[in-house]
Ligand binder design. Sequence first.
Ligand code: SAM
Length: 233
Amino acid sequence: MQSILIPGLTALGLNTAAAPALERYGQRLLEQNQVMNLTAITEPEQVARLHMLDCAAVLGAAEFAEKAVLDVGTGAGFPGLVLKLCEPSIRLTLLDSLAKRVNWLEALAPELGAEGVRCIHGRAEELSLQPDWREGFDIVTSRAVADLRVLCELCLPFVKVGGMFLAMKAEDSNEEVNAANRAVSILGGRLLPAWRYTVPGTNVARKVIRIEKVQATPVRYPRRFSKIRKTPL
Ligand code: SAM
């Protein structure tokens, strides 16, 4: 994987110091995937590109150093744990509704040298109603969790005013983004120009939807998950 990770990180303008930890992460992911469903990608080279480099690219979308970052629906740690390995000053919280994945991440993070990572088992729409969590993060990230309208209601309540929500999406997600305009503004956000990139070593075009939090989210949001899904904003 090093022969993919080192030039890939360089192409993204990132330090290559994280390459050994990212390789170890990829190996542990594939081992654990034999006993727990973590990823549909099973080739080490593809793990390096489509998990590690895809997630590392998000570092170009905002200033991450020293920031309190929450990754919603992190699954096997994407993109949150990759961001922390590449930018160790991040104060990272990983959140997922599946306890098995969270427990695995809790053991894995220190093994990879990622210090102080909080791994939380819970549902986004329940946690963000709690005062300690609401508007408590500079940056919230998410990849492959839900349609953007739903995702905005799950994620924007966690973002401090002045902070940012970053949603990783395919390059051809314009319709989805347009449909989310109303949700973004109701929840206190403002769309900024997207961060576009091609995953190094592939022709996979991706973008990070960047939403700045410009005012507090009204207290009635988020609603219950069944409501969010049935009648997205
Ligand atoms: N972000 C990872 C990635 O890109 O590989 C995982 C994506 S996986 C398809 C979606 C994850 O979101 C699952 O692990 C699921 O448990 C979690 N999830 C879905 N809804 C959630 C919610 N409301 N709160 C917290 N986690 C949620």
